[in-house]
Design a protein around this ligand. Structure first.
Ligand SMILES: Nc1ncnc2c1ncn2[C@@H]1O[C@H](COP(=O)(O)OP(=O)(O)OP(=O)(O)O)[C@@H](O)[C@H]1O
Ligand SMILES: [Mg+2]
Length: 284
């Protein structure tokens, strides 16, 4: 009944989906549309010059140190990778508790097969000029259900560890926001309230990034879904980076851009003053 991993061949490959950090394919198996994800499949080039390796070793601790200033990164484990076991466990728990989410058909090491959802990413839906009230309310409903269940158990691993707008899909036929991709590890040494606040801030920043005239409305709806205490916890951590972090990221980004001959985005841009102000105004 379930697709067999051995049956997945390049022949059955239909289309590569735009996975951010992983290879994600839409494939057809036994006539059924499924999504096939290979976790951590984008590996480093095996032949890297020694000098690059040395630079990397020196840079890594500094990078990690300053990354910790970025609110969106602060709650995440330093490994910066996704784990299929974490993803599976969270999805299973969510499903058990009635949270709309992707259905895992099979898992084998770092390969996961999901039921295909005929659904569009919120990053696409919310960028339309029209105010997508019905769809957005569904997103908040799913996001809230996740937080409700996590709070009930005080289990931070039940929160969405990577709550950006490409990790929620809107299904028109079900009129539901389906959560996908909760495979990041949250820090062990951070309590539930802090982790929740950092994820809420991360989610808010994602809303501010939308290229839409309705950003303020979406942010206000989200803000209204939180209690005063929860909003205050977000406000407390909604702070700009230190001067040192800004200088470090600026120099690092310019150096890498120069070496690679292409523009790369500085991590510091993840928390610009505009974003901080916008969230401050709406949550106050
Ligand atoms: N079950 C599914 N049904 C339909 N489309 C899906 C499904 N799972 C994933 N996708 C599509 O594939 C894309 C990438 O999947 P996923 O988020 O799991 O991979 P990722 O590489 O970890 O992404 P990122 O690192 O950007 O968060 C999703 O944004 C979505 O468009
Ligand atoms: Mg994703």
């Amino acid at each position: 009944m379930y697709p067999n991993f051995a049956e997945i061949s390049m022949d059955s490959q239909v289309q590569e989906l735009d996975g951010g950090s992983h290879k994600v394919f839409l494939v057809r198996l036994n006539g059924r549309k499924v999504v096939y994800k290979l976790i951590n499949s984008i590996s480093d080039q095996p032949t890297r010059s020694a000098i690059k390796k040395i630079l990397r070793n020196i840079d890594r601790p500094i990078f990690e140190y300053f990354m910790d200033e970025i609110p969106q990164q602060k709650y995440r484990d330093r490994s910066f990778t996704k784990y299929s076991d974490i993803e599976l466990r969270t999805l299973k728990e969510w499903r058990k508790r009635g949270i709309p989410c992707t259905n895992v058909l099979e898992k084998h090491d770092d390969e996961i097969i999901y039921d295909y959802l005929d659904a569009d990413k919120y990053s696409n839906i919310l960028e339309r000029i029209k105010f997508k009230e019905k769809e957005f309310n569904e997103l908040i409903k799913t996001y809230d259900m996740i937080r409700f269940e996590a709070k009930k158990d005080q289990d931070k691993t039940l929160l969405h560890s990577d709550a950006h707008l490409r990790n929620f899909l809107y299904s028109e036929s079900l009129n539901k926001a389906m959560a996908i991709d909760p495979g990041l590890k949250v820090k062990d040494n951070m309590n539930f309230e802090q982790t929740d606040a950092y994820i809420n801030l991360f989610f808010s920043y994602c809303l501010t990034e939308l290229n839409s005239p309705n950003v303020n409305k979406y942010l206000s709806i989200f803000s209204d879904s939180l209690s005063r205490k929860e909003k205050d916890s977000v406000l407390k951590i909604n702070k700009p980076l230190s001067v040192f972090a800004n200088i470090y990221f600026d120099v690092r980004t310019k150096t890498i851009s120069f070496i690679k001959g292409e523009q790369i985005i500085s991590p510091a841009q993840l928390c610009s003053y505009e974003k901080i102000d916008l969230v401050n105004n709406i949550f106050s």
